[in-house]
Each structure stands twice: as C-alpha cells, then as structure tokens.
Design a protein around this ligand. Structure first.
Ligand code: DGJ
Length: 463
C-alpha cells in the first residue's frame, strides 16, 4: 500500500533556489488577482463583517424559533482578582459542568421525559425536531441508536437508522477507563419521513458467552454504518470494534440480505494494517464505497476504497488531516465536492467541529473552519454540546442536509441525546483554506442551531 508519509501541506512548497524569485513574483500577481476576485464575491458591510448570502437556505423556511439561550452562570463565584489572574472562565469548565449530573446546566441539556419528542402525540408539535430532547419511537420508548447513520433503501423506499443500543448500565471497567456500556448490539429503526421511527429491533447482537468473540459484551462496538451493495444484493455494516481499553482499535464487518437484519458478523480487521477507531463509510454516486477512520492514536484520518463486495478495504489508502487529531467523521457530497465534518478528540466531552472539503475523496482535504452557526459562542465551540456522526442528504432540497450528532451523557450513556440540525452548503467559505493560499474555492458549510425546527414539505421531492 502506498501511504504518504509527509503532511501534504509541507510537500506543496518544494522548489529550487534558482526559481524562487520568479515563483514569488508569479505568486504575488496571482494573489492580487485572487484578492480582487474574492472581494467581488463577498459583500462587506460598514463594520467590516462579511455578509454571507443566505438566499439558498430554503430549509430554514420551516424553522420556527431560534433558541433564546439562557445559560445559568457557572457555579462557584470567582473574585474579580481571581478572574484577572486566570482570565475569564474557560470553556472546558463549562463543558465539565455540562457533564456534571448534579449541575443546573446538565439538567438543561438533558430535559426529562415530559418534553420528549413523541410521534404518538399528534398536534402542533408533529414533525418538529427538538435537538437534545428525549426522542421516542412509535412504541413510546426512547430511541437507542447512538453513533448512528442512516441508509435510504431504494428497494423499500424506507429510511433505516442504525446505531449503538446503549440501554444498559454505565460503568468504568477500571479506574482510568472511559465510561462504557456493555455491547447490547446494533439497533435499527425504520421511517418514511425521517421523524417517526419504528423499532425494527437489534439487527446485530452482542455475544453473551464466548469471551473471545469481538462482540462479547465486555468489548466495544461503536458507530455502525450500513450501505447496500448493488452487485451482491447485500446490506453491509461496518463498525468500530474495540476492547474496553480501546487497544484493539479495529473495524468490524457484518452482512445481511435484508435492511432489518439479522446481520451476520464476519470479522474484524486493522485496515491497511493500521489502528482504526472512530470511522464511517461512504458510498459514492458511482457505487464505489470508502472507509474513513481515525488512526495513529487518533492523530490523523485514513481513507481508502472498499473492494467491490464492500467486505474489505482495497490495497490503496491515504493519510489525511495528518497531525490534526480528528475523530467522528461524517462525510457527504454536494455538486461533485466531498465534505466531511469531524470533531476533536476529547472522549465523551463535546468540542469544536471542523468541516473539511476535497475535490477527490482521496484528498488532499482542506480545512474550512467551524460550520456551527447561531446559538451562542459556547454552543458553537462545542458543536451544540454534541459530536458528529452522520449527514443525511435531502433529495428535494439540493444543498440542504440533516446533520446528525450525539449529545453524550457519560454519567448515564443510555440517556445520551440526538442533536439533528439543518446543514446547508452555499456561500463563501469564511476561513482561509490550507493549500490554496487563502482563496476559498469551495462553498461554506453551515450547521444552524435551532431549538425547534422541521423539514419543509418539498424535502422528499426528486426531480
Ligand atoms: C469519542 C468517540 O467519538 C466515541 O465514539 C467514543 O469512542 C468515545 N470517544 C469514548 O470515549
């Protein structure tokens, strides 16, 4: 396998001493032209703020209310002198408080069952998403599909949501271990409208007796994703497989003839011989599928095509976002460009999302900044207190997607919540890109905070 050892960023600047002068001149000229062009693309208001054209945001038509965010002051008063010494209270303490079960803040982010999204309660709230609220299935039970992903099955014209069933007690395998729930299995829910979900049961179960099995309850199964293979007619599931200490760092594969399972577990691999932790798979328009995984102690991502039957990786692979320490990849495509949302690596604690873009899925990938818009600063710098898991295309709304994220609750993982928000691609990227000396060649990706929102009717329409 050919893996590039160097960060693409540095390899892009190699040149000989003799040509340095003329190259600089050309670069200066090109930069001037691009700056003039860039200026004509954006409109700057009097305050020097960049105005982003939002006329493309058709999905927001059905948005009801923006959050008027009230967050209580962090507990424990700080003397002005202490504030001066240590600066204003930093974001991580707010995050710690959010994670602390006994804090006021915690309760705000995990409201109880009274406010649950309930498909059986018809009325004004029908079809509204409330990010962070408890979400019930058609039988009135909380949906258990964490770290999930969605498959639109053309054969049954149905959406299937697969995710981790974490409906067991949370505990720590040892003092230093991350909070965990024993493997219960992968849940599957079906829906025609992406809002009302019917429980199809556990389609891949944990293994209760054989302690050497990858799916033994004492291990870790995270971020399952399913795609359909048109050639074999099989539904193929890929998932992160690990032990309780996250040292196995592998990826598992399972197959089924039906979207509702049961799935047969095949094996785990270390793709390309490398560690694999947070991962996702992506099926492109031409039927080729790819695995994207965090590797090398989560310091970089790797990406590589799957073989034709989707049951293994092909020999080629690329290192991307080297040294950036990203995880929770969620990939999507719009107008020929590939986009990916990632999180930082802070365990179950939320952190700032980044969006990356590429002309070829194999890279190079460039980083465009934080896609989160609205809410307040804390919300934006914690991905609305959640972590990316998947991006759902909406066929009738080109450029509009649903961003799916998990609001983890490490004190009680089964009560982790779902944060689904509108994501749009359009307008000018608002942060310099890495490889193109500052010229934004791709559109901005925006994830909008809304306390309550719903999809407009035309989201299903295919033209
Ligand atoms: C962050 C990952 O994104 C999650 O899937 C999970 O592995 C946690 N880390 C465990 O701490």
């Amino acid at each position: 396998m050919r893996m590039r050892n160097k960060n693409q960023k540095s390899s892009a600047f190699h040149c000989s001493a003799g040509t340095r002068c003329s190259v600089s001149l050309v670069l200066c000229l090109v930069a001037c032209i691009l700056m003039v062009h860039f200026y004509s693309l954006i409109h700057q208001n009097d305050k020097g703020e960049i105005h982003i054209d939002s006329s493309h945001l058709s999905v927001t038509r059905e948005l009801e209310e923006e959050e008027s965010l009230y967050l209580p002051r962090p507990r424990g008063k700080k003397s002005p002198r202490a504030l001066k010494r240590r600066g204003p209270r930093k974001l991580p303490s707010m995050v710690n408080e959010f994670l602390d079960e006994s804090s006021e803040l915690h309760a705000l982010f995990f409201p109880d069952r009274k406010s649950a999204i309930d498909p059986n309660k018809k009325g004004n709230d029908s079809r509204f998403y409330y990010p962070g609220r408890l979400w019930l299935d058609t039988e009135g039970n909380p949906i258990q599909a964490h770290g999930g992903g969605i498959l639109f099955d053309e054969r049954t014209e149905t959406y299937y949501w697969y995710g981790e069933n974490k409906d067991g007690p949370t505990y720590h395998a040892h003092q230093k271990a991350a909070a965990r729930v024993d493997i219960i299995g992968v849940s599957c829910y079906s829906s025609k409208d992406l809002w009302e979900w019917t429980n199809e049961g556990i389609v891949l179960s944990g293994e209760g007796t054989n302690a050497t099995h990858d799916l033994h309850v004492s291990n870790v199964l995270e971020r399952p994703k399913v795609i359909y293979n048109d050639k074999s007619g099989q539904y193929v599931m890929w998932m992160h497989i690990d032990d309780a200490n996250y040292t196995k760092a592998s990826v598992g594969v399972a197959v089924s003839d039906s979207p509702t399972g049961p799935f047969s577990y095949l094996y785990r691999i270390r793709p390309h011989g490398f560690e694999s932790r947070d991962m996702t798979i992506f099926k492109d328009d031409d039927g080729k599928a790819y695995l994207i995984y965090s590797s090398e102690s989560n310091s970089e991502l790797h990406i590589g095509p799957l073989i034709d039957d989707y049951l293994n990786v092909a020999r080629v692979g690329r290192r991307i976002l080297v040294g950036r320490h990203r995880e929770a990849p969620a990939l999507f495509k719009y107008e020929g460009t590939y986009y990916m949302i990632t999180s930082g690596c802070t365990g179950w604690a939320p952190n700032r999302a980044l969006v990356h873009a590429a002309e070829s899925i194999m890279g190079p990938w460039e980083t465009m900044g934080n896609p989160c818009v609205g809410g307040n600063k804390i919300f934006r710098s914690t991905t609305f207190f959640a972590q990316s898991t998947f991006v759902v295309p909406l066929p009738g709304l080109p450029g509009s997607f649903i961003f799916m994220a998990d609001r983890w609750k490490p004190a009680e993982l089964r009560d982790s919540r779902y944060v689904w928000l509108p994501l749009t691609v359009g307008g000018v990227a608002d942060e310099p890109l890495e490889y193109n000396f500052g010229f934004p060649s791709w559109s901005r990706v925006s994830i909008y905070w809304h306390r309550r929102w719903r999809l407009p009717e035309e989201w299903r329409r295919t033209t």
